[in-house]
Design a binder for this molecule. Structure first.
Ligand code: HEC
Length: 278
């Protein structure tokens, strides 16, 4: 009967451990995070691929004008259910830096960077050649988004909250207005003053799958996409976790049965042997 107690206890422990790690929220200075339900949370959680694809559409049409995602390749989209041809067609809408031509040149006579059409194997192209160029336009360089969902406390909740927590000047106190100056006030950004203007509003993007295009929906979808970009193997890891857990349960049962058998024999033998067991 001991086994009947051990297995549920182990399962409970694992569920609590995984649940607790995904729901930890930031509570930094002046930061208000809005906690959302995410499909990928918890021990059973998997990415919502349709949401992540809508998020890609937002990244492609809006965010990538300022942000790079240097670990994201077009062909990664196949894992969200797109066919090779669909990915090829998406890549073909973008240009990347060309490899040096036959003369070993990367720039034309006017000093312009030579470009070529992107392939599935290419990294999604960055909007600026380097951080300095990015910072010269926006005052602050827009950070690379590939790992941001993992590197900021709150993860997808943080990205969702940031995109939905801008407060416009009319609703700010004088003190807050003075603090924001020429920049923007955001209740979810550490310090509250951010150089990025609100990138999303209702109908920023017309979804190809017909989903209603609200700010809230956009923010959720792009956060799901950025979480997937930062940790694309989460689904596989969870599946592996289950396989290991089932193996351990089977192993425990077998070990227990073997123990009982040996124990029963030991008890049934006369006190002084005979050994070995038969
Ligand atoms: C017009 C340029 C521009 C666009 C478009 C844009 N951003 Fe930004 N973003 C910036 C800049 C500049 C910063 C740096 C802000 C700062 O540190 O004050 C930033 C910062 C961020 C941060 C905060 C990172 C941190 O340090 O915690 C996130 C998250 C972010 N952007 C996500 C997005 C997403 C998602 C989109 C698309 C929906 C987007 N951005 C579109 C310019 C842009």
């Amino acid at each position: 009967m001991r086994l009947m107690k051990i297995i549920p206890a182990a399962l409970l422990g694992l569920t609590l451990a995984t649940g607790a790690s995904t729901s930890a929220l930031a509570s930094g200075e002046g930061v208000e995070l809005k906690h959302q339900h995410w499909h990928f949370q918890g021990f059973f959680g998997q990415y919502d691929k349709a949401a992540a694809l809508r998020g890609f559409q937002i990244f492609e049409e809006v965010c990538s004008a300022c942000h790079a995602a240097k670990y994201f390749r077009f062909r990664d989209l196949e894992a969200l259910g797109l066919s090779k041809d669909q990915v090829k067609a998406i890549a073909a809408n973008h240009e990347v830096d060309a490899e040096p031509n036959e003369e070993g040149l990367t720039h034309d006579d006017n000093g312009e960077r030579l470009k070529r059409t992107a392939l599935q194997s290419d990294v999604f192209p960055a909007p600026f050649p380097n951080e300095k160029a990015a910072a010269s336009i926006h005052g602050k360089a827009p950070p690379d988004l590939s790992l941001l969902a993992k590197s900021r406390e709150g993860g997808a909740d943080y990205i969702y909250s940031l995109l939905t927590s801008y407060i416009d000047a009319d609703h700010l106190s004088e003190e807050q207005q003075a603090k924001a100056g020429d920049l923007y006030y955001n209740a979810a950004f550490p310090g509250n003053v951010i150089a990025m203007g609100p990138p999303l509003s209702d109908e920023s993007v017309e979804y190809v799958d017909g989903t209603e295009a609200t700010l809230d929906q956009h923010a959720k979808d792009v956060a799901e996409f950025l979480m997937w970009v930062a940790e694309p193997n989460l689904d596989n890891r969870k599946r592996l976790g289950w396989a290991v857990l089932l193996f351990m349960i089977a192993f425990t049962i077998m070990a227990y049965l073997a123990y009982r058998r040996v124990h029963a024999r030991v008890h049934n033998e006369p006190a002084n042997g005979p050994w070995p067991l038969h």
